[in-house]
Design a binder for this molecule. Structure first.
Ligand code: GLU
Length: 422
């Protein structure tokens, strides 16, 4: 999967979209300028005693883009391509994501430049604990609540919660979300982002008067989000013809056996699709997957996958952004001209943070929701947000991305103006 390229700055991309939205909303510079600057940023160095006896110093970040509508909220990414600008962009996207689904949070994000696949369990634990201790002055249930993102999972969240509790002298369940079930986690969080993507797929297909059953879809990325998305889209009857991971993709025009592929990938920690073989399967690159002739394309990996270089080769009718920032502004414009509909990340992948919100509420209230409750409430929120974004885009004659930003920017600016400048 293409790494984030050096000349592309995702934070600039966010700023341009926000400026365009603010102009359409008629805001003066003074009214929305706070949105351009992250409120608080922390860069930390994290020395870890490695298994080989040496010491490796990792670089980490935590950025709070906004706490205007509530505590900062957002995941922690462990990936070699993490950078300061990437974390800033991811934090800003969280602000607008939480605003578009109308949950009482601002936006934040964290990251460590590392490759978790090459670290042992002990090294990963040590890295996580030291990072948590380093960012502890910033986080807390009422300040900033981390969660999983690319390269992190429920186990990493358990370690973060443990470290924070050690520093405080007592367990604080609500300091992170996406925890294991036995440790204050909520049922359904593990698959919530993918479930939200599936709900959004159903919603957009309905608007396009397309059947769900048999509609072809390609999913780029088989991480936390892509794997659940592929499984759920397969379960509702869509024909998943291609999936990929960091090693490349597999394609079968007659539809892939998704449960079998997922079983293969879960066999070992570092199982890769390039080693997966069946008779009918065609192996292809990530770049080739993006340009397949399918109805729906779901980028569920990293930023900057659909860009000025390949946007004119996309053949899907609809792009559903399960990843954060997979499409650049330049590509947005090309897709719009080509009448390819795009459902933006801040709407399509909001299911994760919505269920994180339920988890936080559950922890604070010391309650336990059933999975059915979680999924019903998730669907309600995703459906309302989808309809609002659709209406906003239609009413303004804009793309769904701009429709979503018009709602989100307005909510954040109104909150800012309502609070006044301290
Ligand atoms: N990392 C996820 C996202 O980008 C979830 C964040 C959260 O649950 O706070 O939306």
């Amino acid at each position: 999967m293409g790494r984030v390229n050096a000349t592309y700055n995702p934070y600039d991309n966010v700023l341009r979209v926000v400026e365009n939205a603010a102009a359409i909303l008629g805001y003066k510079e003074d009214e929305y300028s706070t949105l351009k600057y992250p409120e608080r940023e922390l860069k930390v160095s994290i020395p870890v005693a490695m298994d080989n006896g040496g010491i490796q110093v990792f670089e980490g970040f935590r950025v709070q883009h906004s706490t205007t509508r509530g505590p900062a909220k957002g995941g922690v990414r462990f990936h070699p391509a993490v950078s300061h600008d990437e974390v800033k962009a991811l934090a800003a996207w969280m602000t607008f994501k939480c605003a578009v689904v109308n949950i009482p949070y601002g936006g934040g994000k964290g990251g460590i430049i590392c490759d978790p696949r090459t670290l042992s369990e002990r090294e990963l634990h040590s890295l996580t604990s030291k990072y948590t201790a380093a960012i502890a002055p910033l986080i807390g249930p009422e300040q900033d609540i981390p969660a999983p993102d690319v390269g992190t999972n429920a186990r990493v969240m358990a370690w973060m919660m443990d470290t924070y509790g050690m520093l405080k002298g007592h367990t604080v369940l609500s300091v992170v979300t996406g925890k294991p079930l036995g440790l204050g986690g909520i049922k359904g969080r593990g698959e919530a982002t993918g479930r939200g993507v599936m709900i959004t797929a159903q919603n957009i297909l309905k608007k396009m008067n397309r059947q769900v059953a048999g509609t072809t879809v390609a999913v780029q990325g088989m991480g936390n989000v892509g794997s659940v998305t592929a499984r759920l889209l397969h379960e509702i009857g869509m024909k998943v013809v291609a999936v990929s991971d960091v090693s490349g993709g597999v394609y079968d025009p007659d539809g892939l056996d998704i449960p079998e592929i997922l079983a293969y990938l879960s066999q070992t920690r570092n199982a890769l699709l390039c080693d997966y073989r069946t008779d009918s399967l065609i192996h292809l690159t990530n770049a080739e997957l993006l340009t397949l002739d399918v109805t729906m394309l779901v980028p569920a990996a990293l930023e900057n996958q659909i860009n000025g270089d390949n946007a004119d080769q996309i053949r899907a009718e609809v792009v559903l952004e399960a990843a954060n920032g997979p499409t650049t502004l330049e590509a947005d414009e090309i897709l719009e001209k080509r009448e390819i509909r795009l459902v933006p990340d801040i709407l399509a992948n909001a299911g994760g943070v919505v269920v994180s919100y339920f988890e936080w509420v559950q922890n604070i209230q010391e309650l336990c929701w059933t999975e059915e409750q979680v999924n019903t409430e998730l669907r309600n929120i995703m459906d309302v947000a989808f309809d609002e974004v659709w209406e906003s885009a239609e009413a303004n004659g804009k793309t769904l991305r701009m429709g979503a930003y018009l709602i989100a920017v307005k909510r954040v600016v109104e909150a800012r103006l309502g609070r006044g400048i301290f």
